[in-house]
Design a protein around this ligand. Structure first.
Ligand code: NDP
Length: 248
């Protein structure tokens, strides 16, 4: 039995929106989860490992597995109600030059980054259509439109998210659902920490802002896209890249 200080599912359902962030245990996803939690929303994160931030519901899910995604949504719906804001953030890289890239190198990245987003979006929109409202934010990358040597798999997966968001907008725009893409440039997370210092210095020279960004700078844009202020924005690609991808 819950004591008087333990919030119950009923208490949780009384305030904020039900927000789900995939890959919210670290990096950009963690910052996004924190931003929504600070906003007073009821936030859940999925992860395959680790935990989410304090005060956030963490559920296990592998976005390459539809049954695992469904189980995670059930858990979130039970605790927080139907998901009103979905942030498809989980993603991986597996860089290799085209001629050396195996089909498995290609399909595994697409399966996580693009098909993984499809799995969570499809599951979330069932509830959003019943609610007649919903916000979907897909975390893409500047690389999706700019291209990058060694990232044929990653760039293909990330540009696919643009077509996905725009098609969702056309299908569900009249039902109160928006779908947008955020395209970060270089962000200081585990994904970029493995880059050598020489390479980082070279990248910084090509970024007009002259620096990598912090995950919170992406999180603030995602939170805004899901706010009432952004109700008329859908099918948009919002760069958060210090000017790196200008013109795309
Ligand atoms: P991290 O590597 O720090 O985090 C990746 C997250 O994705 C982790 O939470 C990880 O969970 C999760 N994840 C990976 N595979 C799966 C899977 N199969 N099922 C469920 N969760 C999974 O990356 P970032 O925070 O840097 O990146 C977050 C997103 O932002 C990614 O989509 C990335 O492509 C994108 N991005 C990042 C940029 C950067 O410079 N960092 C630039 C542009 C875009 P687990 O811990 O369980 O593995």
């Amino acid at each position: 039995m819950a004591d008087q200080t333990t919030p119950t599912a009923a208490d949780a359902k009384a305030s904020g929106r039900s927000v789900l962030v995939t890959g919210g245990n670290r990096g950009i996803g963690l910052a996004i989860a924190r931003a929504f939690a600070a906003n007073g929303d009821r936030v859940a994160v999925t992860s395959r490992s680790g935990e989410g931030p304090e005060g956030v519901l963490a559920v296990r899910a592998d976005v390459t597995d539809a049954a695992s995604v469904d189980a995670a949504f059930r858990e979130v719906e039970e605790a927080h109600g139907p998901v009103e804001v979905l942030v498809a953030n989980a993603g991986i890289t597996n860089d290799q030059l085209l001629l050396r890239m195996s089909e498995e190198d290609f399909t595994s990245v697409v399966d996580t980054n693009l098909t993984g987003a499809f799995r969570v979006v499809q599951r979330a929109t069932k509830g959003m259509m019943r609610l007649k409202r919903g916000r979907i934010v897909l975390v893409s990358s500047v690389v999706g439109l700019l291209g990058s040597p060694g990232q044929v798999n990653y760039a293909a997966s990330k540009s696919g998210l643009v077509g996905m968001a725009r098609s969702i907008t056309r299908e569900l725009g009249a039902r109160g659902v928006t779908a947008n893409v955020v395209a970060p440039g270089y962000i200081d997370t585990e994904m970029t920490q493995s880059l050598g210092e020489d390479l980082k210095a070279q990248y910084k020279k090509s970024i007009p802002a002259g620096r990598f960004a912090q995950p919170e700078e992406v999180a603030d844009v995602v939170r805004w896209l899901a706010s009432d202020e952004a109700a008329y924005i859908s099918g948009a690609v919002i760069p958060v890249d210090g000017g790196l991808g200008m013109g795309h």
